[in-house]
Ligand binder design. Structure first.
Ligand SMILES: Nc1ncnc2c1ncn2[C@@H]1O[C@H](COP(=O)(O)OP(=O)(O)OP(=O)(O)O)[C@@H](O)[C@H]1O
Length: 574
């Protein structure tokens, strides 16, 4: 499909207010697209599959520079930025220039430019792949060159959607749910089977292509793949009473105070069955958001290599421990989690150990549909280094599980969990399947402490005096659909050292500044405690947090994972 056609259809979808009509337009778009795999991603504003943590790694200013270069010699990146400040949206800005005819890479890549001649969605996808792959010295220049080459071949409308795609701001009203429904409709396959295929693959493009080319049979044949992460099953807050009432008995586990990991392991073998001799084996570790964190957690890799002798996908938590093996607070894990350099040194300071509580796949068999208790049994057997007869306590790295209908036993498990330095307990429905990406009622978390909120940091103020070089007084927001609404400001509970760290973290996300006030693009999530939620006209959410306290950065969460206005309202009503 030509990118011009895609841009034209995207424009129609964006202008359409009615949901049903949007679905019809997207359905026609997918049905007409030869490159349905790419179009199904682009229309959601995705360049890569949902499971793939590859990023373009190109900031707004590099994008402005590419636009400026393609727009002509009289335009600078600053002009683009100024226009953005006036117009407010990068798509409108890009569409306001005339591109093409600039000498440089665009001229060599066959584009006459400006008329949307023959740029295809595939060429855009391939160029963005190259752009993402550029690394090392000079890579930023190479990225700008590649992007310039694309813009230089764009008509205004193509440029509008290219700019938005590159900066993850597509926003034409097409979400995951729409694409899921549309794939079912467009290729005449049942919705629940599309849903299942999405759960195991996490790839809307692939599912669309398989549905089109291979129909139901192809979809049903899609399985989990070791190495391709699955969305984590999530929990709701809950009580013991509710759990026992609904399920009669509950599977009770400690709620380990660490960070979620998903381990994908394929052991090395002499022969992988393909008749082509040896296979090297592979271990990958993914975070809650499916980012590849393997290199940061060598202990987990070592554990897998020592323990597992069948291919497996395991779900668990990585916990930081002190020299005696006692758990350290969650923030210590996060220090290790995204560490890219000096991992060995970091490991000397804080070491981590994995604890696994679920098994999604073992030795060629997917287990998502199996009941929790069966998955736990399978987990025990894959983690057991000696054969047979071991209890959970004897198996290193296995989360303990109590199956009980006795509230007193649950209380005592809870007390032990807290005593051991963990967060409390999880209550799980023993008969439930594993539902990737769902925050369903089959998993419930029970935490003793007051609730905290995970808020997006949307603004800040430069400090005064000795704090003049630090950002402080952070503006907090919660999600409301696609919007962010403010709920308060947090300034307390933060040391100077922490402020310096937060400044370093937030400074790249400054979108605008006026005097001491700074607007931040949504990128960072803070966990904050508070005493009360009050109704208040001061903030756009209509609520204010009383005595908000900074408790940490949720670097494992994206703004899309932050708390919602709905949750705030619920908590306020309690
Ligand atoms: N035994 C366990 N079973 C499931 N999750 C566990 C367990 N122990 C610790 N956890 C952690 O608890 C989290 C479940 O809570 P939830 O689904 O609400 O995630 P969350 O939004 O990260 O919440 P929280 O801020 O409470 O960690 C899991 O993501 C996991 O990281």
């Amino acid at each position: 499909m030509e990118f011009a056609t895609f841009a034209d259809r995207a424009g129609t979808i964006e202008a359409e207010p009615a949901d049903l009509e949007i679905v019809a337009h997207v359905r026609d778009l997918l049905a007409d697209a030869d490159d349905v795999e790419i179009v199904a991603r682009f229309v959601q504003g995705r360049v890569f599959p949902a499971w793939d943590s590859t990023t373009l790694d190109i900031g707004p200013s590099a994008c402005y520079e590419a636009i400026a270069r393609a727009a002509g010699t009289n335009v600078s990146a600053d002009d683009v930025e100024d226009r953005l400040a006036d117009v407010g949206e990068i798509g409108d800005v890009a569409a306001s220039y005339e591109f093409g005819g600039q000498q440089g890479l665009g001229a060599f890549t066959g584009g006459g430019g400006g008329t949307g001649d023959d740029l295809t969605v595939r060429e855009v996808a391939e160029t963005l792949d190259d752009l993402a792959a550029a690394e090392g010295a000079g890579s930023q220049d190479r990225k700008v060159d590649l992007l310039f080459g694309l813009f230089n071949r764009c008509s205004s409308e193509e440029a509008r959607y290219l700019a938005r795609l590159v900066l993850s701001e597509m926003r034409i009203g097409v979400g995951e749910g729409t694409v899921r429904d549309v794939v079912a409709e467009a290729f005449d396959v049942p919705q629940d089977r599309v849903e299942r295929a999405l759960q195991v693959s996490n790839d809307y493009g692939l599912v669309a292509r398989v549905a089109r080319d291979e129909g139901l049979e192809g979809l049903d044949a899609m399985d989990l793949e070791v190495g391709r992460p699955v969305q984590a099953m999530l929990a709701q807050a809950g009580t013991v009473t509710d759990a026992l009432e609904e399920w009669e008995r509950a599977a009770v586990e400690w709620k380990y105070d660490g960070a979620r990991i998903q381990l994908h392991h394929r052991p090395a073998s002499d022969d992988d069955g393909n008749g082509d001799g040896e296979s090297a084996g592979e271990t990958r570790v993914f975070s809650r958001n499916m980012e590849d964190v393997t290199d940061a957690l060598p202990e987990v890799v070592e554990y897998a290599e020592e323990t597992l002798d069948v291919p497996a996908i395991l779900d668990g938590e990585v916990v930081a421990i002190d020299d005696d093996g006692s758990p350290l607070p969650f923030q210590e894990v996060l220090k290790r989690f995204r560490r890219k350099h000096d991992v060995e040194k970091a490991r000397e300071d804080v070491s981590v150990r994995p604890v696994f509580f679920d098994c999604l796949h073992a030795d060629g068999t997917d287990l998502l549909e199996e009941p929790l208790t069966a998955r736990h049994d399978r987990l025990r057997s894959v983690l057991s280094t000696e054969s047979g007869g071991e209890s959970d306590e004897d198996v290193e790295g296995l989360s303990l599980l109590w199956l009980t209908d006795d509230p007193e036993e649950i209380e005592s498990v809870d007390a032990d969990a807290l005593e051991s330095g963990h967060e409390g307990i999880m209550l799980k429905d023993p008969d439930s399947a594993y539902s990737p990406g769902r925050r369903g009622k089959h998993w419930r978390k029970r935490k003793p402490d007051v609730e905290t909120l995970d808020c997006v940091v949307t603004g800040a103020e430069w400090g005064e005096g000795r704090r003049a070089t630090f950002l402080g007084t952070f503006e907090l927001s919660v999600r409301d659909g696609d919007d962010l609404e403010t709920v308060g400001k947090v300034a307390t509970g933060i040391t100077d050292e922490k402020l310096a760290e937060l400044t370093e973290l937030l400074e790249p996300h400054i979108a605008a500044e006026e005097g001491q006030d700074v607007d931040l693009e949504p990128a960072v999530v803070f966990e904050v405690g508070y005493e009360e939620i009050q109704r208040s006209p001061t903030y756009s959410s209509g609520y204010a947090l009383r005595f908000p306290r900074f408790s940490g950065v949720r670097s494992d969460k994206d703004p899309e994972d932050a708390d919602t206005l709905e949750r705030l309202e619920r908590l306020q009503g309690q």
